[in-house]
Unconditional design. Structure first.
Length: 147
């Protein structure tokens, strides 16, 4: 059995081996000329952990108020289009992980699972990524609330 990946490069190599080529290439790419990939890599490389020793950490909390609600971390899971192609029930599984972490999950406009299904199967606080189309009626249909 192969060892668990230890970093982003290890997870990327695992995904390349496990996923069909077209799906891997879809999730592995960046926007436009893939400039965002280089920008993101440089931004993460610029982050440095500064160790602190002999500090009282009994009451450390990362919770924040975001949009008028308290949450466990200053994070949200970004829209992950077609996560259901990467893993069975992928969007709902990611939303469940977000709920366990106490953070929101942003449902992609291109999700292959209906938002209502993600909501009922995850217990997560959901956000929605809306692509604003020229045909605004498509946007209105995306935002229609069912009772």
């Amino acid at each position: 059995m192969a060892p668990e990946p230890l970093n982003v490069a290890g997870y990327r190599a695992l995904a390349r081996r496990k996923l069909p080529r077209g799906i891997f290439e879809y999730v592995d790419r960046g926007t436009e000329d893939e400039v965002s990939l280089d920008d993101n890599r440089r931004a993460f490389e610029a982050l440095k952990f500064v160790p602190s020793v002999l500090r009282d950490v009994t009451d450390v909390s990362f919770d924040v108020e975001l949009f008028g609600r308290r949450q466990a971390l200053p994070l949200a899971i970004a829209p992950t289009a077609v996560a259901g192609l990467v893993a069975y029930d992928g969007e709902t599984r990611v939303a469940r992980a977000a709920a366990r972490a106490g953070i929101p999950f942003c449902v992609s406009t291109q999700s292959i699972t209906a938002m209502e299904e993600i909501a009922s199967g995850s217990g997560a606080r959901l956000w929605f990524q809306l692509y604003v189309f020229r045909d605004r009626s498509m946007c209105r249909r995306s935002l229609a609330v069912k009772n």
